[in-house]
Design a protein around this ligand. Structure first.
Ligand code: PMP
Length: 444
């Protein structure tokens, strides 16, 4: 495939592309025109295997007819209706279906669902719910939110404040926040299979922040159970349990950002299930509709919901929401997505493939430039040594080369991230590893 092929090339000037080096991209664009199952087709008709489930979202693979049909039917029946002081049945139906598979199972009580339009909106919503809840229970001084270095929680002002990726926050104002130390420790944990063994003590960092800022100023702590966007950072064994215990001790709510880990990525419906640690709020998006229609959802515990259902009944309890909260077409896509997940057993499929996936990835350990390989469920990361004076350049070259060899991967700095659709087979895994192995071996 030639990177300069110009078939069907649209004018590129007007679309200001997100999180993209626009000038670099527009000089050598890669455009996808179709998708089916595990594959994209680019505008020149070349097949590219999807090693990233789109952007961590197309968990059931591309072009699922059940979802397409449900969306088409819903568009023809009720294309839009408000959910402010109004409603429509499908939003309630979808919330009830989600409650039935809610993170942590029925005992966790995380079965109150607030709909949003994206992962970023889910994060803003969860942070605002946490602060509003604290106020509702007489803890109005708790307005600070704690995140973690290397965390990614979308691009709203709350999200960048708790986020820990410097480029995303550097030039923007932020809400009161503080940050736990990150848990990536390659010297101690390199080539860990699954959860790293060392680093549980890093959870004690929450005590440091409580001592520094005062528990009475802190509403919530938000973490990704597994950080994806920072290049796959895994929690050390016991870390999340300890974080939960410390948060409880100080009246701090715990939020899991499961925008990536929700809907089967770790081989369980949610990371909450994988770790058996129950937060107070869980943010989701992406796999909620298999990436087809933009949508997010926040799962709130009954404790949090009930805490806010106070005051006169005719009064709005939470002054927050979006035009597209519970959008009927997104709900239709979501309901069909849940059907597909259930019928194909996709929410637990990652558990069946996890060992094969792990062994396949770790077979690349002796390739040149490889500093670390990390994996959990159907997520993987290969961290390369940076080229002298050009951080990120080596992995970017690997990304471009893989694309031209028919494999879509994602890179963050010099970290390659992999998260194939959950329909991936062992043959697909072999192909992914074979292309990657060749490309990495030849990378300068
Ligand atoms: N939280 C996490 C953990 C994410 O990975 C992402 C997106 N990668 C977001 C929030 C933001 O989601 P969105 O891009 O849909 O706003």
């Amino acid at each position: 495939m030639s990177p300069t092929a110009k078939t069907n090339m649209p004018v590129l000037d007007n679309f200001w592309m997100p999180f993209t080096a626009n000038r670099q991209f527009k000089a050598a664009p890669r455009l996808l025109a179709g998708a089916e199952g595990m594959y994209y087709t680019d505008i020149d008709g070349h097949r590219v295997m999807d090693g990233t489930a789109g952007l961590w979202c197309v968990n059931a693979g591309h072009g699922r007819r059940q979802i397409t049909d449900a969306v088409t039917r819903q568009l023809a029946t009720l294309d839009f209706a408000p959910t402010f002081q109004m409603g429509h049945p499908i939003a309630f139906e979808f919330a009830e279906r989600l409650a039935a598979i809610a993170p942590g199972g029925p005992a966790a009580g995380l079965d109150r669902v607030f709909f949003t339009g994206s992962g970023s909106e889910s994060v803003e919503t969860a942070l605002k719910i946490a602060i509003a809840y604290q106020r509702a229970i007489g803890q109005g001084t708790r307005t600070r939110v704690i995140g973690r270095e290397k965390g990614y929680h979308g691009v709203g002002f709350g999200g960048i404040s708790v986020g820990g990726l410097v480029n995303n926050r550097r030039v923007f104002p932020q809400i009161p926040a503080a940050h736990l130390r990150h848990t990536l420790d390659i010297p101690r944990n390199a080539f860990s299979k699954g959860l790293p063994r060392h680093g549980v003590e890093l959870a004690e960092d929450l005590e440091r922040l409580v001592a520094l800022h005062g528990a009475e100023t802190i509403a919530a702590v938000i973490v990704e159970p597994m950080s994806g966007s920072a290049g796959v950072v895994l929690p050390p064994k016991g870390y999340l349990e300890r974080l939960r215990a410390i948060a409880d001790q100080h009246g701090i709510l715990l939020i899991f950002d499961e925008v990536i880990t929700g809907f089967g990525r770790l081989g369980t419906p949610f990371a909450t299930d994988y770790f058996g640690v129950i937060p107070d709020l869980v943010t989701t998006a992406k796999g909620l509709t298999n990436g087809t229609i933009p949508m997010g959802a926040v799962f709130a515990s009954r404790k949090v919901y009930d805490g806010l259902m106070t005051g006169p009944e005719q009064q709005i309890e939470l002054f927050h929401g979006y035009t597209y909260s519970g959008h009927p077409v997104a709900c239709a896509a979501g309901l069909a997505t849940l059907d597909v997940y259930a019928e194909d057993g996709l929410l637990t499929r990652g558990a069946e493939l996890a060992t094969y996936w792990q062994d396949a990835l770790h077979s690349l350990a002796d390739r040149p430039h490889v500093l670390d390989i990390r994996n959990l469920g159907l997520v993987g990361a290969i961290e390369l040594a940076a080229r002298d004076g050009a951080p990120g350049a080596r992995a970017y070259d690997v990304f471009v080369d893989c694309f031209h060899k028919g494999l879509l991967i994602r890179v963050t700095g010099d970290i390659i991230a992999l998260s194939p659709p959950l329909i991936v087979t062992t043959d697909h895994i072999d192909t992914i590893v074979s292309i990657l192995g060749d490309v990495i071996t030849r990378a300068a």
